[in-house]
Write a protein that binds this ligand. Structure first.
Ligand SMILES: [Cu+2]
Length: 672
């Protein structure tokens, strides 16, 4: 097996800078406003930093990076192990609140690990592993005991201090102490998860988060989520595709600079001590326009009234709250270290709970005026007035960790909860750019209501060595080709270059073979629905709320087409273990929108043929995906990735059974 060496990745694992109270805040950089002096109102420097790298113990030597331990020419079955300690505790810290122009004190459940930055505790460390490695995570649930937290209805959120762990997207066993989300780890319990990544595991962008039915949304929304990167160095070979990591290089052989962008929606609230109600500010019409925390208050996430809809409200609590989607634990960060003309690989990861993010990069107008004190509609207007320059396209090379057969150029990158997108980003010239969550039409978003745009951050791009780039697509193509011509073995070059020149085809790097009609052995149907006539609402898959005693039985080795539908609202469908390939997506008129997308909604454009593990299902659409039940048996889950829907019943158990040799499966739980 031929391998090329992996160098250390620039831009990853950089130590967090000291956050100095004297540093120029973002607002001042933009507006040259005088420095605020009051400690609690002066924003610290909020440069976008990478989440800390997980300090993993490997082969008895934590100091050496993983890949230096891999001997040249090693076979994929060499034993490698990496171990990480992850402790769950309440953590007191603070979060910048653009709405009040203050830091809010918060006390939230969080993952603590060696190296966790005390100022940014609500984002978990980035785990880096490789195919063939065993990842051990020693999870220590140190949350306080909760007495009598069980609920007679398992679809009423409960027991917020119990937990477990999910390795989202990993192609590993769902049982035992592997990716088993049916375990309950009560307070005080330690448990060692063990993910044995097979040697043929695709390299890509995955993530991890808690997944216990009843507390998932509450814990993930507290910031308990981290990136999990699988790095590969396998070159394409006859009969086998290669890792995208071997392609995404500079002509000198170094990997493209990378950025993990982990988006989170930390829905903390401060409550009135007498009534227990969330403190809010209302407008003249009596509608909630923001959640407020008064000086001395401590924001918390302790109830499911912090998710979804207030009874009778038209917009959801996240939008009402005025909270901002954070990136790597920072609200409204400044992206630094960018250089015009330098291609970066952005690993985008939607680790939020429910709101769609339409990521867009646009040049910021000159002299934009101060952002200071702006929030809500005023901030929206600032964005509308100033984030008006040309859009910088994103070239998506993989979704949900799985490489595309062709890079997809996106002016807007629609990320639903659970989605990952690996995108090549290059800024054409020096200047400042807006990183925005663009407005979305009603049908495209989870809220099923038109969403406002939101500023997520500002990117400062330094001048590069070359002239401004007029056309980014040929530029990206030429750079990738140049790297192939200097770095790829000679016998591979011509084929890969020809593919890149043919509309950025990447087919030598797609991990799973296409599923053609002839391979299909059967069909599955799935329907999401919400019964809003009952209080509380009932969240269902196939007509019933989550019932752990029921399961959808599948047979190992079968290859099936699933038809996914939603009768109310849009829901991101996620299934564990085996990913699926998008076959076609029919709109309510029966038109396949998986190639050219739809007017006003780009999210389904070019999804045909792509591999994913999470896919948005719009109401009234028929979404067809194909999947193989391969290698792994056992019971696991599928669910909606709006996590409070999952906690309230929009989940179903799946069992992959060993075939009985007669066309059925052996139900081992009922055989003796
Ligand atoms: Cu849902």
């Amino acid at each position: 097996m031929e391998r090329i060496s992996l160098d250390s990745i620039p831009g990853l694992g950089r130590a967090r800078r000291e956050r100095k109270a004297t540093a120029l805040p973002l607002l001042c950089l933009l507006a040259f406003a005088p420095l605020a002096t009051a400690q609690d109102t002066a924003p610290d420097e909020r440069d976008l930093d990478q989440p800390v790298m997980a300090r993993m113990l490997r082969s008895g030597d934590a100091a050496k990076p993983l890949l230096s331990l891999t001997p040249k020419g090693a076979q994929p079955l060499d034993t490698h192990e990496a171990q990480l300690d992850l402790r769950i505790v309440y953590t007191r810290s603070r979060i910048w609140n653009p709405e009040s122009q203050r830091y809010d004190e918060v006390n939230l459940r969080s993952y603590q690990s060696p190296g966790t930055h005390p100022d940014v505790p609500f984002v978990a460390p980035t785990i880096v592993t490789s195919p063939g490695e065993t990842v051990r995570i020693r999870l220590d649930n140190s949350l306080p005991e909760q007495k009598d937290c069980a609920h007679s209805d398992i679809n009423i959120p409960h027991c917020f201090n119990s937990t477990n762990l999910h390795s989202h997207g990993l192609w590993v066993s769902p049982t035992g102490n592997s990716d088993n989300v049916l375990l309950t780890l009560r307070p005080g319990v330690k448990f060692e998860y063990e993910y044995n990544l097979p040697a043929d595991h695709p390299a890509g962008t995955y993530w991890y988060h808690p997944h216990l039915h009843g507390s998932t949304a509450l814990q993930v929304s507290s910031g308990m989520a981290g990136a999990l990167l699988v790095r590969g160095n396998r070159l394409p070979a006859p009969g086998r595709t290669g890792d995208l990591d071997t392609l995404l290089r500079e002509p000198d052989g170094s990997a493209l600079p990378e950025r993990v962008l982990l988006f989170q929606q930390v829905a903390y609230a401060c409550r009135d001590k007498a009534t227990g109600k969330i403190k809010v500010r209302k407008n003249a019409a009596g509608e909630t326009v923001a959640w407020v925390c008064d000086p001395g208050d401590v924001g918390e996430i302790e109830g499911y009234d912090q998710f979804g809809f207030e009874p009778g409200a038209k917009i959801d609590t996240w939008v009402q709250s005025g909270r901002h989607t954070s990136i790597n634990g920072d609200v409204l960060p400044t992206f630094t270290g960018l250089v015009a003309g330098r291609i970066e690989r952005w690993r985008l990861l939607h680790a939020g709970v429910r709101d769609t993010i339409n990521l867009q990069l646009r040049e910021l107008r000159a002299n934009p005026g101060s952002l200071e004190g702006l929030s809500g509609t005023a901030l929206d207007n600032w964005v509308a007035r100033n984030c008006t320059g040309p859009v910088v396209p994103q070239f998506e090379v993989a979704a949900d960790g799985l490489s595309h057969a062709r890079a997809i150029e996106k002016a807007e990158n629609v990320l639903q909860p659970g989605y990952r997108s690996d995108a090549l980003v290059v800024f054409p010239k020096a200047g400042q750019y807006c990183v925005i969550d663009a407005a979305a039409p009603a049908s495209a978003s989870i809220l099923n209501a038109a969403e406002d745009r939101q500023l997520l951050g500002v990117a400062t791009v330094a001048a590069g060595s070359g002239a401004p780039i007029a056309q980014l697509r040929p530029y990206v193509t030429d750079r990738l080709v140049a790297a192939v011509e200097t770095q790829m073995p000679t016998d591979l070059r011509a084929g890969i270059v020809a593919a890149l020149r043919d509309g950025l085809r990447l087919d030598a790097f797609v991990p799973h073979p296409d599923i053609g009609d002839g391979e299909l052995t059967g069909k599955q149907d799935l329907v999401f629905n919400i019964d809003g006539s009952r209080i509380p609402n009932v969240y269902m898959v196939d007509g019933y709320p989550y019932d752990p005693s029921k399961s959808r039985d599948l047979i190992l080795g079968n290859v099936e087409e699933w038809e996914l539908r939603s009768e109310l609202g849009g829901h991101p469908f996620h299934i564990h273990v085996n990913p699926f390939q998008v076959s076609r997506i029919l709109d309510p008129q029966g038109q396949d929108v998986s190639v050219s997308g739809e007017k006003n909604d780009p999210q389904y454009a070019n999804t045909k043929g792509t591999w994913k593990d999470t896919l948005f299902v719009k109401k009234g659409y028929r979404v067809f995906v194909r999947t193989r039940y391969q290698r792994y048996i056992g019971e696991y889950v599928l669910h909606c990735h709006i996590l409070e829907h999952e906690d309230q019943g929009m989940m179903q158990n799946v069992r992959v059974l060993v075939p009985d040799g007669k066309g059925g499966g052996i139900d081992s739980s009922r055989h003796h």
